[in-house]
Design a protein around this ligand. Structure first.
Ligand code: NDP
Ligand code: MG
Length: 381
């Protein structure tokens, strides 16, 4: 029996993780956590009987506590609750699938407690990679990527000497606006941005795919996960999303991982690594697949990617500002308070006014986040 905890169990990654649990009876759910979705977490508690469930919001947790009073599940709230899950003795693998920087502290606590991390929450490495990776190495803890690209890179490195990598080729679908120019993007709506051609994901990350900020976050994440220099990470647009990423080695050989675009594969791979379990689903059919195509990203139109490289080169607290400004800007866009292209303006403005803190502590990272939120709220007044 492999015992797991899921932070963010009601979200896109969280629910897909639970669908893998349904098919693999040797996985046992010990803990579940979400933000405020009482209804869904109650259903999950009744189906999976975790020992503990956490809702971030106190009032929601209180309501949940009343609703599941007839079960054996203990209900907690807030960061305290997330940290309690992170260090639970029984848990072997912690799936970190919350959205946002809320993931940093629980991830650090889980690494300190020696848990294997199945990492979906990209904000954690983007903002605190310089703290997380050395800590994981020191505690001999594996950080197994859940993001499809990073899982593909990880799979393409199995059995290889990492010193012999010449380049990481990070693929991008290009999102719903691929091929459009800046001019075309002026009037795009929330619905247009949420209409992703290949992947079904949470709302925030779907908008991030449309701006290419998601790819920017993934470049930063890849730098930390695989310890490669930014100039060795090349983004390649591959609209069919069949090749999930590739690694080029010093002899020119390229290893790639291919498959249908389905997040369940990388999630399951992380849960059972180093094993590879059977999984149902559509297969790539090379007889009917007419073409796999590639292009370079249009970084002039989709400035989100160029800004990520800039944040990465600057380092320190700058990736936090890039991420936090984007988070707020996307929320404003989803609330229809700003236009699509203003997302870039807000990120650029926030980065411009920020004074980088080198090698920031968790507290300094959270301060940079708060200051960025304030900057954006202020700019909007
Ligand atoms: P969703 O928005 O679908 O889900 C987010 C989850 O986090 C929900 O369970 C939500 O609970 C929970 N949550 C939000 N705030 C808090 C909080 N303060 N405390 C505890 N839980 C909270 O996001 P996704 O599943 O799409 O993405 C999760 C992470 O994985 C992100 O970092 C994303 O970038 C990354 N990722 C996602 C991929 C995907 O395919 N979806 C692919 C690769 C990476 P509630 O429902 O109650 O709000
Ligand atoms: Mg991805």
């Amino acid at each position: 029996m492999k015992k797991i905890g899921i932070l963010g169990s009601t979200g896109s990654i969280g629910t897909q993780t639970l669908s893998i649990v349904r098919k693999n009876r040797d996985l046992q759910v010990i803990a579940l956590a979400a933000g405020s979705n009482v209804q869904k977490l109650e259903e999950q508690i009744r189906e999976f009987s975790p020992g503990i469930a956490v809702l971030w919001e106190k009032k929601a947790a209180q309501e949940l506590r009343v609703r599941v009073a007839d079960t054996d599940t203990k209900v907690c709230s807030g960061m305290e609750g997330l940290l309690e899950i992170a260090v639970m003795e029984e848990i072997e693998v912690l799936v970190t699938a919350v959205v946002g920087m809320i993931g940093i502290k629980p991830t650090i606590a889980a690494i300190e407690a020696g848990k294997t991390i199945a990492l979906a929450n990209k904000e954690t490495l983007v903002t605190a990679g310089h703290l997380i990776m050395p800590l994981a190495a020191q505690k001999k803890v594996s950080i197994l990527p859940v993001d499809s690209e990073h899982s593909a890179i990880f799979q393409s490195m199995r059995g290889e000497n990492r010193e012999r990598i010449s380049k990481i080729l990070l693929t991008a679908s290009g999102g719903p606006f691929r091929g459009k120019r800046r001019e075309d993007l002026k009037g795009v709506t929330v619905e247009d941005a949420l209409n992703h051609p290949n992947w079904s994901m949470g709302r925030k990350i779907t908008v991030d795919s449309a701006t290419l900020v998601n790819k920017g976050l993934e470049v930063i994440e890849a730098k930390w996960l695989f310890g490669v220099a930014p100039e060795k990470i090349q983004v390649v647009v591959h609209p069919q999303s069949i090749i999930h990423s590739m690694v080029e080695y010093v002899d020119g050989g390229i290893m790639a991982q291919l498959g249908m675009p389905d997040m369940k594969l990388p999630i399951q791979y992380a849960l059972f690594y180093p094993d590879r379990r059977p999984m149902e689903g559509k297969r790539v059919d090379f007889h009917t697949l007419s073409s796999l195509t590639f292009e370079s990203p249009d970084t002039e139109t989709f400035q989100g990617l160029a800004m990520a490289y800039e944040a990465l080169r600057e380092g320190g607290s700058m990736p936090t500002v890039y991420n936090a400004a984007n988070e707020k800007a996307v929320a404003l866009f989803l609330d229809r308070k700003i236009k699509f292209l203003e997302i870039y303006d807000l990120i650029a403005g926030a980065m411009e006014q920020h004074k980088t803190v080198c090698n920031p502590s968790v507290e300094e990272i959270l301060e940079a986040e708060a200051a960025t939120y304030e900057y954006i709220a202020h700019r909007r007044d």
